[in-house]
Design a protein around this ligand. Sequence first.
Ligand SMILES: [Zn+2]
Length: 436
Amino acid sequence: MRPSFVLYATLAVATTASAQAPPLRPAPPAAPVLIKAGRLIDGRSDAPQSGVGILIEGDRIKAVGPLAQVQGQARGARVIDLSQMTVLPGFIDAHTHLLLQGDPTAESYNEQLLYESTPYRAILAARNARIALEHGFTAIRDLETEGAMYADVDVRRAVDRGEIPGPRIFAATRAMAPTGMYPIVSDNWELELPHGVQPVDGVEGARLAVRQQVAHGADWIKYYSDRRYYFGPAPDSVLHSWVNFTDDEARALVDEAHRLGRKVAAHAIGSDGIAAALRAGVNTIEHGDGMTDSLLEVLVAKGVYWVPTVTVAYYVAGPRGGPWGPMVEHQRRAFTRGVKKGVRIVLGTDVGGFPWTELNQAKEFEYYVQYGMTPMQAIKSGTSLAAELLGQRDLGVVAAGAYADLVAVPGDPLKDVAELSRVRFVMKGGVTYLSP
Ligand SMILES: [Zn+2]
């Protein structure tokens, strides 16, 4: 039940094909565009504004302000009337997997790596990119291809060249774990099975792997800090894990990435894995179910972002069983304490861990409000704060100079955050992809 998808509906480019056919390579309209916004949540301000004009030239926002004022600068502009809607910056999901179609169990994961070719998976990834955009996500950080090598870089290129609709993609390529510490691992030693990551061992191996991934187009480096999650015996309520890399390996990996101008995301679920990743100097902690008060304080002190991926935690808890259910509850309590401590929590869903076709990524906003954020805090977590994590000042905000990445929803998301799952208008870089 997805809204109808209006490809490039506003494009004013002549085409030799029929008048209805969308142009194959969209470009921002030549004439300026004036958006009339009934209500604007700009991603940075603490309060919404009413009766706002947003003037767009090319792929950027030229002016934002009271409608009457902006209208004066907008002579000849084409008008998009969103006066009955709430306009927001395009959403940003800081943790996605374009190349994965849900992996609640080992079987569902292995099925994809063993029986689907990388070209087939890339075709699904292109479809997923379009779904993300339809849901209002105009930028994503795609945190590894799960065995599909560098196919995320190809999807990014196709989007950037206008060959397919999709969000801005910040790609991590293959991710890393030491030999034998990430699927697929089989008892049959005669078979060489596909690896869900690039196997990496030793300090020099870590530096080489970072260089290889950057050479092939990685915007970010991701590694798996831990595995095998378990709660200690009572009264120990700490979520523990087995740490993958030695401290020397993890430090080399982070240092090499930073030397090459790339930031590092660490999958870290148990407290031991989180602590190891923080010792290594990573920029973001992914999942972080096992956060303790002292770890939360290290996050604040070091300015490390936490990307909790709550939607996937609920999705896999049932099928996986074991500690996965209690881990959700542990994370909920840690999240609430993290909000109070001022931890920079950035919205990430791990979509791909759940099927792109089943759940709207924007569900994540609802969990954050249930867990203790205000709706405005949740919105910033998935817009301006996510842009800060990405180091992209021109994303995640509706302001003069920023990219014209905008969405609109019919109601007021500050009253009902679920409204963010009902996106009716999407613009990216001045091109309209979905119209009410
Ligand atoms: Zn993930």
